[in-house]
Write a protein that binds this ligand. Structure first.
Ligand code: NAD
Length: 250
């Protein structure tokens, strides 16, 4: 039910943060992984893993550029010898600032990476998955897929869109054996939240809102990603699973 050995995955944004934690977890589960990321670190990623257990490939690409997105997807697919069972769309951007200060350039960049790139990569991967009659697409939502967030209007809008994108694609692709789901991390201990963690006013407010009384770790997210990639979740599609220590239930 939870056996993923021999499966092939593309993970975007896997050079660091939650994406990297999922690369580690999938590698340990015996999955061959191709990581697409804009960071230079992606080029040395393979060396961090034991290729005898399962290969990890790095593909450098800018998912905000459609030509680069398509090229990097093809390169990842070639490295995986033409097969992709799992796509995890983890690359994402946030900028915290009041709505009045958000430039349209920032708005388009955040929506471009967090939504448009996810849509386009999902279509490319699903075309392959449809041929084999099975596949798992896992999108990264957020608690602000549901809540409004504060001082992050473009990000909240993009993560709200991820919830609807996940449901729409699930409705169309479930019949092809492709499950499309999203994970909604809460407040995680990652560089994306460094400013929040170091804010003397907001950090205690955040901590008071978490029923589990701790920030989440990247491993908390990786466990749910493994479940959503495994046969155990074959009848789970079109849903958003919070990994938030109880925040959304509060
Ligand atoms: N960290 C959190 O607390 C949290 C909470 C909720 C949701 N999320 C979501 O989870 C996902 C991962 O978050 P994270 O904390 O690991 O973020 P992160 O900033 O640590 O990592 C993002 C990765 O995306 C890559 N990236 C950025 N721009 C890119 C581009 N144009 N093309 C290709 N790659 C690009 C970066 O190089 C980086 O490796 C994001 O979608 C984020 O919105 C995170």
């Amino acid at each position: 039910m939870f056996n993923l050995r021999g499966k092939k995955a593309i993970i975007t944004g896997g050079a660091q943060g939650l994406g990297f934690s999922m690369v580690e977890a999938f590698h340990q589960a015996g999955v061959e992984v191709a990581v697409i990321d804009i960071s230079d670190n992606v080029e040395s990623l393979a060396a961090k893993f034991n290729e005898k257990a399962a290969k990890v490939h790095g593909v450098k690409g800018n998912l905000l550029d459609m030509d680069s997105l398509q090229q990097s997807f093809q390169e990842a697919l070639e490295k995986l010898e033409g097969k992709v069972d799992i796509l995890i769309n983890s690359a994402g951007l946030i900028k915290r600032e009041p709505a009045f200060d958000v430039s349209l350039e920032t708005w388009h960049r955040i929506l471009g990476l967090n939504v448009t790139a996810v849509f386009e990569l999902s279509r490319l991967a699903a075309a392959e998955m449809k041929k084999q009659g099975s596949g798992k697409i896992i999108n990264m939502g957020s608690i602000v897929s549901v809540l409004g967030g504060y001082n992050a209007v473009a990000y909240s809008t993009s993560k709200g869109a991820i919830l609807q994108l996940t449901k729409s694609l699930s409705n169309e692709w479930a019949a092809y054996g492709i499950q499309v789901n999203a994970i909604a991390p809460g407040y995680m201990l990652t560089t994306m939240n460094t400013d929040l963690m170091n804010d003397p006013v907001r950090a205690p407010q955040v901590e008071a809102r978490i029923p589990a009384k701790r920030w989440g770790t990247p491993e908390d997210v990786a466990g749910v990603a493994l479940f959503l990639a495994a046969p155990a979740s074959d009848y789970v599609t079109g849903t958003l699973i919070p990994v938030d220590g109880g925040v959304l239930g509060r």
